[in-house]
Design a protein around this ligand. Structure first.
Ligand code: NCD
Length: 310
């Protein structure tokens, strides 16, 4: 069954179709009555083996706004903590006949593995350091709220690139549209293989160089939970890679600041930048619901056509 495992497998036309549909759902988010009945009678299970505030809530709200029922399970409260294997847990949930399972797992490739074993669509809500497809889609939607097109933009992605599924999915998505992407961070957190994805992807260790003339500055969290030995202390990190207001003068005058959240003020960015009028961090969160509605509708809706590449 066709779920959504990553941006890498999607065609540019599929990305455009989701963004188009998400744009249709955007105004609904601020209406007094927010519920449609497109997915009435459908059931979505959210299974999260890693911490999440935004993504899990957003998938649940998206399902409910489409009229579906949604159940969210976290690993700590499930039988996973009693030693059940991943396949057994998923098969147990699948036996209750949900229409899709949205999952987050610390192992890269976990949803891909399960998609091969289960006859139910799986939506990847973040797998290890690999992909986080709906995050890249909501990021693209947010950029398009501020720019007429993605083509020709310069996007700086700054921080712990090596451990970031957000960076990887964004590189895949933005490079399908010929965006100039500069990946910036300490050399040890900057995997050179990402430049192989597209000719427009370059690396920089100097934040000033990365930000120069950028249309979009996308900051990332330092994923300490995925590191044995952080290369810099919090203070050093902020000194070299923290985004401060004075950096903004190097970017385009109307450049926007993004962050997938959760943010660490004083580590990745200063509080002034986080609350700056061109910071769109909460707009990203808002767009997450519209994008996930578009994705869920495409996967489990009446005219579901899934994704061709799977
Ligand atoms: C990100 C994630 O989990 O990959 N958060 C999110 O989904 N908004 C980024 C992060 O945890 O730093």
């Amino acid at each position: 069954m066709a779920g959504l495992l990553g941006i890498e497998e999607l065609t540019r036309a599929e990305v455009e179709a989701i963004l188009h549909r998400a744009r249709y759902f955007q105004p609904l988010q601020s209406q007094a009555f927010k519920k449609l009945d497109t997915l009435r009678g459908k059931m979505i299970v959210n299974l999260f083996f890693e911490a999440s505030t935004r993504t899990r809530t957003s998938f649940e709200i998206a399902a409910k706004r489409l009229g579906a029922d949604a159940v969210s399970i976290t690993a700590s409260g499930s039988s996973v903590s009693k030693g059940e294997s991943l396949v057994d847990t998923l098969n147990t949930l699948a036996a209750m006949r949900p229409d899709a399972i949205v999952m987050r797992h610390s192992a890269s490739g976990a949803p891909h593995f399960l998609a091969r074993h289960l006859a139910i669509p799986i939506v990847n809500a973040g797998d290890g350091t690999h992909e986080h497809p709906t995050q890249a889609l909501l990021d693209a939607l947010t950029i398009l709220d501020h720019r007429p097109a993605l083509e020709g933009l310069r996007v700086a992605i700054i921080g712990d690139i090596a451990h970031s599924r957000v960076a990887r999915s964004n590189v895949h998505l933005l490079s399908k549209f010929g965006v100039d992407i500069v990946l910036c961070g300490p050399a040890t957190l900057l995997p050179p293989e990402l430049t192989q994805i597209a000719p427009g992807v370059t690396l920089a260790t100097d934040i000033r160089e990365a930000i120069r003339e950028a249309d979009v500055i996308m900051m990332l969290r330092v994923q300490l939970e995925r590191m044995h030995d952080p290369p810099l202390s919090a203070g050093e990190y902020f000194q070299f890679y923290g985004l401060r207001l004075e950096h903004m003068a190097l970017a385009k005058p109307d450049a926007i600041v993004m962050h997938p959240g959760p943010i660490n003020r004083g580590r990745e960015l200063s509080s002034e930048v986080a609350d700056f009028q061109r910071s769109v961090i909460l707009n990203q969160v808002e767009n997450g619901v519209a994008v996930r509605m578009a994705v869920l509708e495409r996967i489990v809706g009446e005219h579901a056509n899934g994704f061709a590449a799977h």
